[in-house]
Design a protein. Structure first.
Length: 317
């Protein structure tokens, strides 16, 4: 798919999504209200629906779609990594004295759970039982939430990601994808969603940086698995168990401290995934490849259609 078609896809997706979000804000003033949920779900479906329309109208683009479930290990990591990231934030908040957890009390013997929809129950639990509880609950809620996230991930990772990497290279392509993904949320972010205490800073700085970092993580999942399903599951994990674990923190510092901490964890994960992907292909333009002997064979990223990929390597000096 040429660059003009990619731009057209992005414009159509933004306009349709913004129209839904603005209508939702007009109907429900508070984007965090339960009454706003149907509007959020409708907006999340837009990237996938527009992608399906483009696939129907442009058959050659179908070759780059990977519909299979992919590597099952990547499905496991799709739930594990967001969950570990959330508990890393909880641990750092407790160690730094920024607040307490309303759900968890940790000790050497185990964990006492005071609240939350944990499938193996609440109360005092040994560490093995607690870990099993987190794994089972995380997988279940990530799976449920991924149904809603599927529309975004079909569009962003299943459809758009491969075309951007093919035309712009790994780093620039994924950065562009992260910015597109972020600004697609712009109306509700400016309306106070996610960052009610600092909506402009959140919409124009924090969220774009976070989603650029998340784009490298989700790209690592999808390119390694050769499927967008792990990204949908990871998106579901972020929106369910990871959000729930962090949202129940009782802070004694401004909310911005936690927002910056979560951003730091996301950036750290994104950088690790970028490094892992960059080692696999010179398309990334990674600094470590500059001194290597030139290889004129078309480089190959897993999950990127070779026909698309030839366009990317042809642009290399």
């Amino acid at each position: 798919m040429n660059r003009r078609m990619v731009v057209l896809y992005c414009v159509c997706t933004l306009l349709a999504s913004w129209a839904i979000q603005l209508a939702g804000l007009r109907a429900v003033a508070d984007p965090s209200s339960p009454n706003a949920v149907p509007w959020h779900i409708a907006a999340m479906a837009v990237p996938g629906l527009v992608a399906l329309a483009f696939l129907a109208l442009h058959p050659p683009a179908r070759r780059s779609m990977k519909w299979g479930p992919g590597n099952p290990w990547m499905l496991s990591l799709a739930v594990l990594i967001p969950t570990l990231g959330a508990f890393a934030c909880v641990t750092l908040v407790l160690l730094l004295g920024w607040g307490t957890s309303g759900w968890f009390s940790f000790s050497l013997e185990g964990v006492s759970i005071a609240g939350g929809p944990w499938l193996l129950g609440l109360g005092a639990q040994s560490w093995p039982t607690f870990l099993a509880n987190v794994a089972l609950t995380g997988a279940a809620f990530a799976g449920l939430s991924s149904v809603v996230a599927l529309g975004e991930e079909l569009g962003w990772r299943g459809f758009l990601q491969g075309h951007l990497i093919a035309q712009m290279g790994l780093a620039r392509g994924l950065t562009t994808l992260g910015l597109m993904w972020s600004f697609y949320h712009l109306p509700v972010l400016l309306g106070g969603y996610n960052y009610p205490e600092h909506p402009v800073l959140g919409a124009l700085v924090l969220f774009p940086v976070a989603l650029i970092a998340d784009s490298f993580f989700l790209a690592w999942l999808t390119l390694r698995a050769r499927s967008f399903w792990p990204a949908a599951l990871a998106h579901g994990a972020v929106n369910s168990i990871a959000e729930g674990v962090v949202a129940d923190l009782r802070l004694v510092v401004p909310q911005l401290y936690l927002d910056l901490l979560r951003l730091g964890v996301a950036v750290a994960v994104g950088l690790l995934c970028w490094a892992a992907l960059a080692r696999r292909s010179p398309v990334a333009g990674a600094p470590g490849l500059a001194g290597a002997a030139p290889d004129r064979r078309p480089a190959r990223l897993p999950g990127v259609d070779p026909i698309e990929h030839r366009d990317a390597t042809a642009a290399l000096p």
